[in-house]
Design a protein around this ligand. Structure first.
Ligand code: MG
Length: 384
C-alpha cells in the first residue's frame, strides 16, 4: 500500500459567523466562507480526508513539503511521514505549519480507519464511546441580548444547562469591544453565571487577554471563591515563568498551554516547571492526533489530566481515546447561533450531543465525518 495522490480543493459554504477587526468570531449576516478539503489516496483506492483552512494546505505547501514527504510512503507509517514533515519545518521559513502537519496526519488516520473499516477512536485506544461536553461560549460582544452584559452570560448559561451541558466555559470580552479587557467585568460575568446555574455545573474561564500577573492573580482568587474548575490562558503563554509564578499562588487549576507552539516538547517543560496543573493540547495546534496523544500520555505519567482543545472529529477522537481528559469542547456557542445545525458540507454533525450532555462517537469507519461529497464538488472553486 502506497500513497499515490495528494490533492487539495477549496469550496464555499454558507456561514452566519463573522470575524471582527481583532479576529474574534461573532454572529453575523449569512455570508459565504471558504474551506479546503485535503484528500490522500493510496494505490489500493483507499482515501483519507481532512478539512483545513485554505491557507494551511495551500498549493505551495503541498508541492514543496507534503507530496515530497508522503508520496510513495505506506499510509499507515504515520510516524515516519510525520517525522519527515517535522524535519522539513525547520527549512520551510515558517511555511510548513503545525496545522499543516495536523491536516496530513488527520487524513492518514482517516484513511487507516476507512481502510480497516474501524472508527479512528477505536484504533487510538477507544477508552469510551461517549464524552461529556462543555459548552464553550464565543467571546463577548455589544449585541443587545447577545453576550454584552454579565446578565446575558447568565441567561445564556441557563439555556445551555437546559440543553444538557454539565459544564460551561466562558470567553469574556476582547477588543474591539470598547471596555475590554476588563478584570472587574470578567469577574462579574463569572459571578453572574455561577449564581444562575448553581453549584453543580462545572465552570471554567478562558481569559485569553494577555493580562498581567497581578490582574491574573486577582481574577484567579475570585474564581476560587466561585468554585471554578479551571483558569485558562489568562497571560501570554510565551512566558512560562509567569504561569509558574501564578500556579504557585493559586489553588484553582491552571490549564495550558493552548496556543503556545512547540508541540509535546514545550508541554513537557511546562510540567517540569510547574507552570500548569492540567495540560492542554489540540490536534491542529500540536501537529496532529498522535502528538496530542503524546501530550496526554505525558500528562498521565505525571498524574495530570490533559484537556483537548477545540471541537471537530479529530479532537473528539482524541478525547474518546484517553482516560485523562474530562471534557470535549463543544462550540463556540452564542445565543444567536444554532450549533446543532449541520454544516452544508456534511450529512450529519460530527459531535451530536444527547440531553445528558454526552457527545457520542460515530461508529463509521475513519474519523466519522459524514462528508457530503456532492455538495463539495458542486461548490468547489479551485483544485490543486
Ligand atoms: Mg482556550
Amino acid at each position: 500500500m502506497k500513497i499515490e495522490k495528494i490533492t487539495g480543493q477549496i469550496f464555499t459554504y454558507p456561514t452566519r459567523r463573522s470575524v471582527d477587526s481583532d479576529g474574534h468570531s461573532h454572529p453575523g449576516a449569512e455570508s459565504q466562507a471558504k474551506m479546503a478539503l485535503l484528500t490522500l489516496e493510496a494505490d489500493t483506492g483507499d482515501k483519507g480526508y481532512a478539512f483545513a483552512p485554505q491557507e494551511v494546505v495551500r498549493s505551495h505547501v503541498l508541492d514543496a513539503f507534503v507530496r515530497p514527504a508522503a508520496i510513495g510512503q505506506h499510509p499507515m507509517q504515520r510516524e515516519k511521514i510525520w517525522k519527515s514533515l517535522e524535519h522539513r519545518q525547520r527549512g520551510s521559513a515558517g511555511q510548513l505549519t503545525d496545522r499543516a502537519l495536523a491536516a496530513v496526519e488527520q487524513a492518514l488516520w482517516d484513511l487507516a480507519g476507512r481502510a480497516l473499516q474501524t472508527p479512528v477512536y477505536r484504533l487510538l485506544g477507544g477508552y469510551r464511546d461517549k464524552v461529556p461536553a462543555y459548552g464553550s461560549t464565543m467571546c463577548g460582544d455589544e449585541l443587545p441580548g447577545g453576550l454584552a452584559t454579565p446578565d446575558d452570560y447568565a441567561n445564556f448559561a441557563l439555556k445551555l444547562v437546559a440543553r444538557g451541558y454539565k459544564g460551561i466555559k466562558i470567553h469574556t470580552w476582547m477588543p474591539p469591544v470598547r471596555f475590554a479587557p476588563d478584570v472587574d467585568m470578567d469577574i462579574k460575568a463569572c459571578a453572574a453565571v455561577r449564581e444562575a446555574v448553581g453549584p453543580d455545573i462545572a465552570l471554567m474561564l478562558d481569559g485569553y487577554h494577555n493580562y498581567s500577573r497581578v490582574d491574573a492573580l486577582r481574577i484567579g482568587r475570585a474564581l476560587e471563591k466561585l468554585q471554578f474548575a479551571w483558569f485558562e490562558e489568562m497571560m501570554n503563554e510565551q512566558s512560562m515563568e509567569s504561569y509558574a509564578w501564578l500556579a504557585g499562588q493559586l489553588d484553582i487549576p491552571i490549564l495550558g498551554p493552548e496556543s503556545l507552539s512547540g508541540k509535546h516538547y514545550s508541554r513537557a517543560a511546562w510540567v517540569q516547571h510547574g507552570a500548569c496543573d492540567i495540560l492542554r493540547a489540540g490536534v491542529p495546534g500540536v501537529g496532529g492526533i498522535t502528538p496530542t496523544l503524546k501530550v496526554a500520555h505525558l500528562a498521565e505519567a505525571f498524574g495530570m489530566d490533559c484537556e483537548v482543545h477545540g471541537n471537530g472529529a479529530a479532537n473528539l477522537a482524541a478525547c474518546a481515546a484517553i482516560k485523562n481528559c474530562k471534557w470535549y469542547e463543544r462550540g463556540l456557542l452564542h445565543p444567536f447561533l444554532e450549533y446543532d445545525e449541520v454544516p452544508a458540507y456534511l450529512n450529519a454533525l460530527v459531535d451530536p450531543m444527547d440531553s445528558e450532555g454526552f457527545v457520542h462517537l460515530s461508529q463509521k469507519p475513519g474519523l466519522g465525518e459524514d462528508i457530503d461529497f456532492d455538495y463539495i464538488e458542486a461548490h468547489t472553486v479551485s483544485r490543486y
